[in-house]
Design a protein around this ligand. Structure first.
Ligand SMILES: NC(=O)c1ccc[n+]([C@@H]2O[C@H](COP(=O)([O-])OP(=O)(O)OC[C@H]3O[C@@H](n4cnc5c(N)ncnc54)[C@H](O)[C@@H]3O)[C@@H](O)[C@H]2O)c1
Length: 362
């Protein structure tokens, strides 16, 4: 795209994930300009600002900064909706890390407030815009596996306390494996195969508390577990495709996390949807795996911020942006539906729907 002007970006939340956003958004896309970063922990904002050559701002200062149009919300999940509402009230476009909110009412309120204020809502993940998942989408559109019938996705890890310095939030309502990692899987499903119609689950928690072993202020402390940490779900898509999704922070199983979509003519093995690259492999009646070339080699590395730059492009050019609040809201409804179904032991009908965003070939 030709750059008519730059869209100013602010970031609230200077924790672990802010580094890759700052790295990419300060170097990769000429139509965005990071102005500054803020955090309730001022030291963190100052450290990140110094590292990436942007301003360290107070939260209030960032919200009134005249050059900032998009504010990226990289706070913890429980703060997402409240911080997004502050951004909207300041007349700026929020782009929030996943999930959009930790309950549906708060997510809906963010979408409605933004509509009233005439601002956009963006929501991570943006990995579905990466070369890997876009290659999968194109392969299915091109008919490589025929008509999709089913999918099977397994996100298995033994939690986050061995690497994240402050893993408390992962085990509270609003996180757990479904709300923390589920967004990558449900967003991939939605953007590749379309929206969900219903979800049915059983849930459990294998541990009542978790020992923090990662280096940091919480090393050696116990984190109470207040949410389901192992969830088995059956999801029915509006298209009639049915499949299963396992999300777990409880299991040791290094080899059996995968994501498959099965069709009438073959199967496709997706890359880890928490990444932007490949490999993407197809298996057909020829009885062999074939690795597909990716649709581009630009967005195969960690390209977090891709959704933000797409939102900035849409602000400049008009038209929809891809990693939208509507997509995030639908994904949130599916994930919360999975947890609710585990509690009620009943199938949950998904009320929202969403159009698949336009393909992004890079
Ligand atoms: N760490 C990862 O690898 C990763 C990857 C993808 C997405 N995410 C998502 O990014 C978000 C942040 O994760 P993280 O790992 O960077 O967490 P983190 O705990 O390292 O950082 C969160 C930061 O937000 C700040 N904060 C909390 N509440 C705030 C508020 N009300 N106002 C201003 N600042 C506030 C905290 O002080 C902290 O510095 C989460 O939603 C997470 O799911 C993280």
């Amino acid at each position: 795209m030709s750059v008519s002007r730059q869209v100013g970006i602010g970031i609230i939340g200077a924790g672990v994930i802010s580094a890759i956003y700052l790295k990419n958004l300060t170097t990769r896309w000429p139509h965005v300009k990071v102005i500054g970063v803020a955090d309730i922990l001022v030291d963190r904002a100052e450290a990140r600002a110094a590292e990436y050559g942007v301003l360290a701002l107070s939260i209030d200062g960032l919200l009134v900064h005249p050059e900032i149009e998009i504010v990226i919300n990289l706070t913890i999940p429980a703060a997402h909706a409240e911080v997004s509402q502050q951004i909207i009230a300041a007349g700026k476009h929020p782009y929030t890390e996943k999930p959009l909110a930790i309950d549906l009412a708060a997510g809906k309120a963010v979408i409605e407030a933004a509509a009233t204020a005439g601002v956009r809502v963006g929501d991570a993940p943006d990995t579905f815009l990466g070369a890997g998942l876009q290659t999968v989408r194109k392969a299915i559109v091109d008919g490589l596996i025929g008509t999709p019938i089913s999918f099977n996705a397994r996100m298995i890890t033994h939690g986050m306390e061995d690497w994240h310095p402050d893993p408390f939030f992962f085990y509270q309502p609003g996180a757990g494996p479904m709300l923390d990692m589920g967004p990558y899987y449900v967003t991939a499903l939605t953007t590749i195969l379309g929206p969900s119609a219903s979800v049915s689950s059983r849930t459990t928690a294998g541990f009542a508390e978790r020992l923090v072993t990662a280096e940091g202020p919480r090393t050696g402390t116990m984190v109470p577990v207040n949410t389901a940490t192992h969830i088995e779900s059956v999801i029915e898509l509006e298209s009639g495709v049915i499949g299963t999704l396992t999300t777990s922070f409880d299991l040791y199983d290094p080899e059996h996390s995968w994501f498959m979509i099965y069709g009438t003519e073959g199967s496709i093995r997706l890359p880890d949807p928490n990444t932007f690259g490949g490999p993407v492999k197809v298996y057909t009646a020829a009885r062999e795996w074939v690795e597909l070339p990716l649709v581009n080699d630009i967005y195969a590395d960690d390209s977090r911020g891709l959704g933000v730059q797409d939102m900035a492009r849409a602000i400049l050019e008009g038209g929809p942006h891809r990693a939208s609040g509507a997509l995030g809201y639908h994904v949130l409804e599916v994930m919360l539906g999975a947890i609710k179904s585990g509690e009620t032991r009943e199938t949950v009908t998904i009320e929202s729907t969403v159009e698949r965003p336009a393909p992004f070939l890079g």
